[in-house]
Design a protein. Structure first.
Length: 69
């Protein structure tokens, strides 16, 4: 049971680490591509936790917005 808990914890930590990197990149660079209106620093701070938690969806939206003309 300890091995299973260790594996699950490692998966959780990996998910959060990747999410934090993707969330920071999105908040710094990507939000301007997805959102046509200007985004303030306060809004970017509020977007970071959601972008970190939902990073697969955020990256999919970000990459699909880059393909559009």
């Amino acid at each position: 049971m300890d091995i299973l808990a260790t594996i699950l914890f490692a998966v959780l930590v990996s998910y959060v680490a990747i999410g934090l990197l993707a969330g920071l990149a999105f908040v710094v660079v990507g939000v301007a591509r997805v959102q046509p209106a200007p985004v303030t620093i306060g809004a970017r701070i509020l977007l970071l936790p959601g972008a970190t938690a939902l990073w697969p969806l955020v990256l999919a939206r970000w990459f699909s917005s880059q393909r559009a003309p």
